[in-house]
Design a protein around this ligand. Structure first.
Ligand code: PNS
Length: 168
């Protein structure tokens, strides 16, 4: 790898939906990478009942990062390491909010390294304001009619309202 080749990072996840915590991790990644590919997985390790389809989640990501030319939003099928290798990614980025995230993240990082020894996972800590925030909690609060406007971007809030009546 020469110093002139752009540093490409992959930020994989479910992003159902993207939260301000994900946005914070994205901004932090752009300080250490030239380009970032945010990739919605068709198959997540912990399968949950999705609220948004994969295409809807990619659309939301694109809306949120419309003004950021260094961010590409897409989805991928199959193994993350195959996708990362095909995109010549220098590293995979994951947000680490608390110790409770660690075991799951550590297992995934090591499995990815087994599958592709060049796979490097970079863990970034989001701002403390988002340390409790997860997409699953946002989905639940929104489904039950709670106000999630402090946790997601306006375009995401609109789609959540349309989908589940959030913020009524
Ligand atoms: O936001 P999530 O659901 O915690 O993200 C998990 C994700 C999508 C990063 C993980 O499940 C994944 O990489 N899925 C793709 C399939 C794969 O490579 N599985 C093996 C992971 S070690």
């Amino acid at each position: 790898m020469t110093s002139s080749s752009p540093i490409v990072a992959i930020y994989p996840g479910s992003f159902d939906p993207i939260t301000l915590g994900h946005e914070d991790v994205t901004r932090r990644t752009l300080r250490v990478a030239d380009r970032l590919v945010i990739a919605v997985a068709h198959r997540a390790t912990h399968t949950k009942e999705p609220l948004f389809s994969v295409d809807e989640r990619v659309d939301l990501l694109r809306e949120v990062f419309a003004g950021e030319p260094r961010v590409e939003c897409t989805s991928f099928e199959g193994l993350l390491v195959e996708f990362a290798r095909a995109r010549s990614a220098r590293f995979i980025v994951r947000g680490l909010r608390a110790v409770s995230d660690f075991e799951y993240e550590f297992q995934m990082a090591q499995m990815n390294q087994e599958l592709w020894p060049e796979a490097e996972t970079l863990f970034l800590t989001p701002d403390v304001r988002y340390s409790f925030l997860s997409a699953s909690l946002v989905r639940e609060v929104a489904r039950l009619g709670g106000d999630v406007s402090r946790f997601v971007s306006p375009s995401v809030l609109e789609r959540l309202k349309a989908k589940s009546g959030a913020g009524r």
